[in-house]
Design a protein. Structure first.
Length: 276
């Protein structure tokens, strides 16, 4: 945590059984991201990473919107730094600030368990970049997505230009980044930005809970191994990825969970996986 930072509770981590939830709690500002919220989010991610028995994490925004992106109020330390007179020192501070925020998004992305974003209302700018750090995204029909930074003379800079092309492709990412326009839930589903769309936020949260429970019911070593291989695959050529995949699979076989899976199948009962 940077010098002078304090825990704010603007983002919280909670656990129920094998499922963890990280919630953005600035609903009065539609969960717009300021310096304090980013720090609090970093704390919540670290807390989630430290929970050995958590098998899946949900990312949510309190209130009517998931996240409206960067808070443009001048009391936001990020905006304050952007507004200072240009100097070598100012540019160095701004660079370090951006890199710190990037690292928080990356820590979410590399959590060892799957992370699911449940998106209602606005998912804009840095909020969309945050959602792109998750393994899967689901939204309600009222959701709106955009990368509006170009309209504010800003470059999208906390991971969206790197992660979004892997999700929707380079051409669609360029369109979103250059135009700064909004797309609705239907188009987000069509381009693969979200996995599915649900009629209302209430139904969204119910269905995402069910998906999380389904993932959590699977052998955790297999699910976590699959995530690790998928992350590795994005960084290396095909043959290297295949080699790593084989090594990672061999690491967890045989296992107690494999025996439990086979025994449960043969006896036609529900398996109970322990991650061993």
């Amino acid at each position: 945590m940077p010098d002078g930072a304090e825990k704010t509770g603007l983002a919280t981590f909670e656990k129920a059984g094998f499922i963890g939830s990280i919630t953005l709690r600035r609903k009065e500002r539609r969960n717009a991201l300021n310096y304090d919220l980013w720090l609090s989010l970093g704390d919540a991610i670290k807390e989630a990473a430290g929970e050995e028995d958590v098998r899946v994490v949900l990312l949510k925004g309190e209130g009517d919107s998931f996240c409206t992106g960067l808070d443009l109020n001048p009391d936001n330390r990020v905006i304050d730094e952007l507004s200072r007179d240009s100097s070598a020192g100012q540019k160095a501070r701004l660079f370090n600030l951006i890199r710190m925020i990037q690292s928080i998004h990356t820590e979410l992305e590399i959590l060892k368990v799957p992370v699911i974003a449940a998106i209602q209302g606005h998912c804009l700018g840095a909020g969309l970049e945050l959602a792109c750090s998750c393994d899967m995204r689901y939204c309600s029909a009222d959701a709106v997505f955009s990368l509006p930074e170009a309209k504010f003379a800003i470059i999208t800079d906390v991971g969206g230009l790197q992660r979004l092309p892997r999700i929707v492709g380079r051409a669609k990412t360029r369109e979103l980044a250059y135009r700064g326009h909004s797309i609705d839930a239907k188009e987000a589903r069509m381009i693969g930005l979200v996995n599915d769309v649900f009629d209302t936020p209430g139904i969204l949260f119910e269905e995402v809970d069910k998906i999380a429970e389904e993932i959590a019911a699977n052998p955790p070593l297999a699910v976590q191994g699959a995530k690790e291989v998928l992350l590795h695959d994005e960084e290396v050529p095909l043959l290297k990825s295949l080699e790593y995949n084989a090594a990672r699979s061999a690491m967890i076989l045989p296992s107690e969970d494999l025996s439990e899976s086979l025994n449960a199948y043969l006896r036609k009962r529900k398996p109970e996986f322990k991650g061993n």
